[in-house]
Design a protein around this ligand. Sequence first.
Ligand code: HEC
Length: 188
Amino acid sequence: MLRSAFLSAVLLSGAAQAQDIEALKLDTRKNALPVLPKVVAMMQDTVATRGVVEAIPVCKEQAPQLLKEQSEKTGWKMSRVSLRTRNPERGTPDVWEARQLADFNIRAAAGEKVETLESGEIVTENGKPVFRYIRAIPVGDVCLKCHGAADKIEAGLKSELARNYPHDRAFGYDKGQIRGALTVRRPL
Ligand code: HEC
């Protein structure tokens, strides 16, 4: 009797936590995800009107700036990470993120749609609960101009990238692959 009461309490709290996570995911998506199509549109527009070299600042300055503004608005920390970074100072994942990114690659290989790959978890950091959320960023057509096969990158652009990014590992992607992820850390 006691034992089953204990068991149902455990099950209940498990269910309650699953519900919390769903609610947190929903709210995090709503506040964080709109930045992604904004950056894609900005990139497409800038490449089309000003050319690819002039579009470097979209990934270098405007995308981080949009995430910074959204971070300030929400009080959550948002950034982009990748297992193969162009800018390792900014985009290197921590252990949790690297684990999720590796898992995304496995899930994508198993047939899950890259556009909707995400993960959310409540973790404890320094004794405090934190909600962590991560969402895959897929490679679209326009991304290939700067993240596609290295031998297909225009010479002027290539030297400009090499000048800025001596440790660049962000070439060689195909359309539909996972370029990286948007990551959110939300104190609870
Ligand atoms: C005009 C060139 C260019 C195009 C086109 C481009 N990027 Fe980038 N990308 C960069 C540069 C430069 C950086 C390094 C930014 C920095 O200094 O933080 C970068 C960095 C990133 C990062 C951060 C992780 C890392 O590698 O440092 C992600 C994620 C990313 N790009 C995704 C995309 C996606 C998705 C697209 C297509 C919508 C795209 N990029 C198109 C130039 C480009």
